[in-house]
Ligand binder design. Structure first.
Ligand code: F6P
Length: 320
């Protein structure tokens, strides 16, 4: 292997830049050349790519977002789009590819690998932490810290006004961000898609808390569980309590990555290069009980990953 391609795809995640830096510098350390591909698979199709060197990744370890930019490419979902991308692979002499992204990006990469035999290593990066086969994805820790910071601030105003607040966090169909941020932020209730809930229970908890003299109530809700606005109107209808809603949205995807994310990104990025050098054809790197490891990317995607219900129960006990 002499020349590898590198792209970031799907929703950006804090730590992607630290990972790009690790891939580029580790590859160069081993004498490989790196082609950086812009805007995910779109740049592949449009031949928007070029060589990277040690200096192209200087001063980025601390930056959020991705210097390679990212996109979700509809064209790459078609065999025609992938064939076009393959033409560019040939043209640029790329012999292996590192894909930094989420499960959607990995699915695209797998189709490409099947059709055109290009060795691929996936590096899991998404704030959602919803990729099976790794304990943690790049960006999750920073997003949780961002959400906790927001909860802390909202708690100040909630206490001053003796109000109830709903904070809606991202996560698609998973509740990792909600559970971690809710537990760390001391939320009174946490709603996650993995655990069915009853509106009545949420309302009872809320009323019980105020009767017990609580000065505020914070409900953290994962976007995949229910919408924050919808929950607020249900609470209003059932209890008469006015509940303010804050939707954190895309701010959870930005910001300087936490130290934990930078370290994770550096370790996983470096491992992806080693795997390509060792002849891996379709692998995903990940973290398993603190150790960097790898797993067949298809095996990983066939798996499931769900929030820890013991942790969920603990959060409920602690916020009683
Ligand atoms: O997958 C990351 C994520 O931020 C999800 O949490 C969220 O549902 C989605 O992306 C938002 O996507 P978009 O940036 O396309 O609005």
């Amino acid at each position: 292997m002499q020349r590898i391609g590198l792209l970031t795809s799907g929703g950006d995640a804090p730590g992607m830049n630290a990972c790009i830096r690790a891939v580029v510098r580790k590859a160069i350390y081993h004498g490989l050349e790196v082609i950086g591909i812009k805007r995910g698979f779109s740049g592949f199709i449009e031949a928007d790519m070029g060589p990277m060197n040690v200096s192209s990744v200087a001063d980025i370890v601390q930056r959020g977002g991705t210097i390679l930019h990212t996109a979700r490419s509809d064209q790459f979902l078609t065999p025609e789009g992938r064939a076009k991308a393959y033409g560019n692979i040939k043209r640029f002499g790329i012999q292996g590819l590192v894909v930094i992204g989420g499960d959607g990006s990995f699915r695209g990469a797998i189709s490409f690998n099947r059709e055109h035999n290009l060795p691929i290593v996936g590096v899991p990066a998404t704030i959602d932490n919803d990729i099976p086969g790794t304990d943690c994805t790049i960006g999750f820790d920073t997003a949780v810290n961002t959400a906790v910071e927001a909860i802390n601030k909202i708690r100040d105003t909630a206490t001053s006004h003796e109000r109830a607040f709903i904070i809606e966090v991202m996560g698609r169909q998973s509740g990792f961000i909600a559970l971690a941020a809710g537990l760390a932020g001391g939320a009174e209730s946490i709603l996650v898609p993995e655990r069915p809930f009853k509106y009545e229970e949420i309302c009872e908890r809320l009323i019980r808390g105020f009767h017990r003299g609580k000065l505020h109530s914070i409900i953290v809700v994962a976007e995949g569980a229910t919408g924050g606005m919808e929950l607020a109107s249900k609470i209003k209808a059932q209890t008469g309590i006015d509940t303010k809603v804050t939707i954190l949205g895309h701010l959870q995807r930005g910001g300087s990555p936490s130290a934990a994310d930078r370290i994770l990104a550096s370790r996983l990025g470096a491992k992806s290069v080693e795997l390509l050098m060792e002849g891996a054809t379709k692998m995903m790197v990940g973290i398993n009980k603190g150790e960097v490891y790898h797993i067949d990317i298809e095996e990983s995607l066939a798996g499931t990953k769900s929030v820890d219900l013991e942790m969920y129960n603990l959060a409920n006990i602690l916020s009683a």
